[in-house]
Design a binder for this molecule. Structure first.
Ligand SMILES: [Zn+2]
Length: 327
């Protein structure tokens, strides 16, 4: 496997060396060389993973596209992970319609007690309800849903080619994006956080990816991420900046987003942050999301390999840095 050096720091620490009599000889400069290597995140592969989901059609609940995409994700993850669990659950809409959902949970290195949780939602909202010309229209959800999953499938591929000391769990949550359409928001994470796939499951921390593929994306500090897991936000943003992706990872403030990480924090008690495309410091706006949000323009035309690379590289580098700490 090819590796890229995340960083190579020649650190000089000031110390005192002593002779056998314990007498100090004064300060010496001792060089410490520290490095972490990680595999290269392939943005082409992440892009194709998104295209594949979009090709099924909008993955709206109870549709053939939703069924076919679930099969595809299950098959892909089964080829990569040490274990894949499909967690089925259901919900009734306000109008009495019965919906069946699936969380897809892929685990790597099951024996490891120190684990990192990665998540994204894979469903597509049932309507482009911000599209005033025709709010009942379906849309592709290339970014909203597709991109996070596309990045995580590529990370799963990389993890399958290596054996790490830490454990990684990837949860593809269903039914995140149906709120206000007769169903609640975040049904998949609500269900999982109250019915974990393994009793007593926990993770050191979690990272949620939501809308991580649009051209010129900006990821500000989402409010709940800062409330629940400020040190994880620092860690991820530091990693992004170290890899040269400051352009995307903003230090601006993001609004409070009811997203899957909220329920993982509140119900599962696992600190989880959200990398989500929003307008930094946009709280005074009527809508702090970007113009493609819940509109037909959320299609492959807005997906950028550069953005996918920025997010994927940041997360992969961080996983390998965490791994280097337990070796
Ligand atoms: Zn959405």
């Amino acid at each position: 496997m090819r590796s890229n050096w995340i960083y190579f720091i020649l650190a000089f620490s000031l110390s005192y060396s002593c002779d056998q009599s314990g007498k100090s000889e004064g300060p010496n400069i001792i060089p410490e060389v520290s490095f972490v290597s990680a595999p290269n995140f392939n943005a082409d592969s992440a892009y194709l993973n998104i295209q594949k989901q979009v090709d099924f059609g909008p993955r709206v609940p109870n549709s053939p596209a939703h069924d076919h995409c679930a099969e595809y994700l299950h098959g892909k993850m089964s080829g990569y992970a040490d274990q894949v669990i499909i967690q089925e659950f259901d919900s009734k809409s306000q109008s009495g319609e019965f919906y069946r959902f699936k969380n897809i949970i892929a685990s790597f290195n099951l024996q490891a007690s120190r684990r990192i949780l990665l998540g994204a939602h894979w469903d597509t909202r049932m309507k482009a309800d911000k599209f005033t010309e025709d709010p009942s229209m379906l849309f592709d959800g290339a970014n909203d849903g597709g991109s996070g999953v596309g990045v995580l499938l590529e990370i799963a591929r990389l993890l399958s080619q290596d054996s790490l000391s830490i454990g990684v769990d990837i949860i593809l949550f269903d039914a995140e994006d149906q709120g206000g359409l007769g169903l609640e928001w975040c049904l998949g994470s609500k269900y999982w956080s109250n019915n974990k796939h393994q009793s007593g499951y926990s993770a050191y921390y979690g990272i949620l990816l939501d809308m991580v593929g649009a051209k010129n994306a900006t990821f500000p500090h989402e409010y709940y991420s800062i409330q629940f897991a400020p040190s994880i936000v620092d860690k991820v943003w530091e990693e992004a900046h170290r890899a040269g992706h400051s352009r995307y990872f903003s230090y601006g403030k993001g609004g409070a987003i009811e997203d899957d990480h909220y329920y993982v924090n509140v119900n599962a008690k696992i600190p989880m942050i959200n990398i989500i495309d929003m307008i930094p410091d946009g709280s005074n706006r009527a809508d702090a999301f970007k113009s493609y949000h819940h509109r037909p323009s959320d299609n492959m035309d807005i997906i950028s390999k550069e953005t996918l690379n920025a997010v994927g590289t940041t997360v992969v580098n961080l996983i390998y840095r965490e791994n280097s700490l337990v070796l």
